[in-house]
Design a protein around this ligand. Structure first.
Ligand code: MN
Length: 428
């Protein structure tokens, strides 16, 4: 048996929305549209170009139930390209596309050897590709919340074969990923397989002990929000005649996410942020090989500019958008400017009337565990008088059900009011 190549991908999340990207003039809307589809097409191009022998996808091929059959039809078109190239494909369902969560299904092409590409959800299946000397063991999720250790029922390794386990799992921890199909690297290693192709955790990671067969999360194929920064793609393993594995990451994504962390502690002007931005964005674009970028800028640190940063947040965000346009001819999308600075503690020296009591009220609100309910109650009489479109768009987030937006609002309101009171004081 000579060298065989296997492409391992997971978490394609086909047709997933890109989260939080609010369009503005010249934002790269078209570049981000359909990114998950184009990443899948890149996967198929890569598999054909690299002449891989097998492709496996470890769950969450789909982002969720479909509104119509278009998502499924797109997958059919890409799976057909693989079949026509003579490349078999094995897919399991994860929590996002669990069998009983999907109300629609579509007839999929079969593999060149006539086997089905989707593995069952009611039992573990082993697909043996005898001519390749490869056996794939896997089981799809039946329900979204799969709490059992699915791997417990996986069979022992088949002698004389390269045994690959295909599993959608949180492994031992969840850190931001739902706690589904838990198991452990030790339990997986005990199966005696040559490689575990895992899905669910969207960061690429290797979880095996030193000298043990690989247990790998390939990560997702396309970042979809600011929690998924950096290159996204798949792993191609080369398996030698003695079933030893060498693997390499290949990016598949068509657009990337990047986070600029700006510590304002040494800033003398809010423009210090803007002055730093062009160098940062040039480096990020280069690292992303000039793919379109969605960027969040987060300003933190204790600074005397705290009030100014909050007062100027809208202007600064627009200036960042302007600089992004200049740096990239419209390849960069400023997703959000987040001001998370803190104010240095100092006794009240400002003599503008009302500032002390304003500070007192806001401080109480900060400490108040029921502030969501309280703010909602204060604002309700006002909401009830406003036209419904206005309430829905701009005031809805200020409720007990949206603690993060409320927190931001509480942080912004004091500098805003302070500025206005000072302006009133100056005028009189
Ligand atoms: Mn996923």
């Amino acid at each position: 048996m000579s060298v065989r190549k296997i492409l391992h991908a997971a978490d394609v999340h086909l047709d997933s929305p890109m989260r939080n990207l609010e369009a503005y003039p010249d934002s790269p809307t078209a570049e981000f549209a359909g990114a998950t589809r184009r990443a899948l097409a890149n996967l198929v191009d890569l598999a054909i170009g690299q002449r891989v022998d097998l492709v496996v996808i470890a769950g969450d091929l789909y982002d969720g139930d479909w509104d119509d059959a278009h998502t499924g039809l797109y997958f059919v078109s890409q799976a057909t390209r693989l079949r026509d190239a003579g490349i078999p494909l094995v897919v399991i369902r994860g929590n996002h596309d669990a069998a009983l969560r999907m109300t629609q299904s579509i007839r999929l092409p079969t593999n060149p050897d006539d086997s089905a590409i989707m593995l069952a959800h009611d039992q573990v299946e082993s697909r043996v590709f005898a001519s390749l000397g490869i056996a794939v063991h896997g089981q799809s999720f039946a329900n979204q919340a799969e709490t059992a250790d699915l791997s417990a029922r996986y069979p022992g390794a088949i002698g004389g074969m390269f045994n690959l386990g295909l599993l959608h799992t949180c492994l031992t921890g969840s850190d931001g990923h739902a706690n589904y199909a838990p198991t452990s690297p030790e339990k997986l290693t005990a199966k005696g397989y040559d490689y575990w192709a895992l899905g669910h955790v969207h960061d690429r990671r290797e979880c095996h002990g030193a000298g043990q067969p690989p247990i790998v999360f390939s990560g997702n194929t396309q970042g979809r929000h600011i929690g998924e920064v950096g290159a996204k793609g798949c792993v191609i393993l080369e398996v030698d005649a003695r079933n030893r594995v060498a693997s390499r990451f290949h990016p598949l994504d068509v657009a990337r996410w990047a986070l600029m962390e700006h510590d304002a502690i040494a800033d003398t002007l809010t423009d210090d942020l803007l002055n730093r931005f062009p160098t940062w964005i040039a480096r990020e674009l280069s690292a992303a090989e000039f793919r379109p970028l969605a960027v969040r800028v987060r300003v933190s640190g204790t600074t005397a500019l705290h009030d100014k940063y909050h007062q100027h947040a809208v202007r600064l965000e627009n200036d960042l958008r302007s600089l992004a346009l200049q740096a990239s001819s419209g390849q960069v999308w400023i997703e959000q400017l987040r001001i998370r600075t803190t104010k240095p503690r100092e006794p009240g020296t400002d003599s503008t009337p009302g500032l002390e009591s304003l500070h007192h009220v806001i401080e109480q609100l900060r400490q108040d565990s029921l502030r969501g309910e309280r703010v909602t109650a204060w604002l309700k009489p006002l909401w009830d008088k406003l036209p419904s479109g206005l309430v829905g768009d701009s005031l809805e987030p200020l409720s007990a059900s949206n603690p993060e937006a409320l927190e931001r609002w509480v942080e912004q309101v004091e500098p805003e009011l302070r500025g206005r009171l000072r302006d009133l004081g100056d005028a009189s």
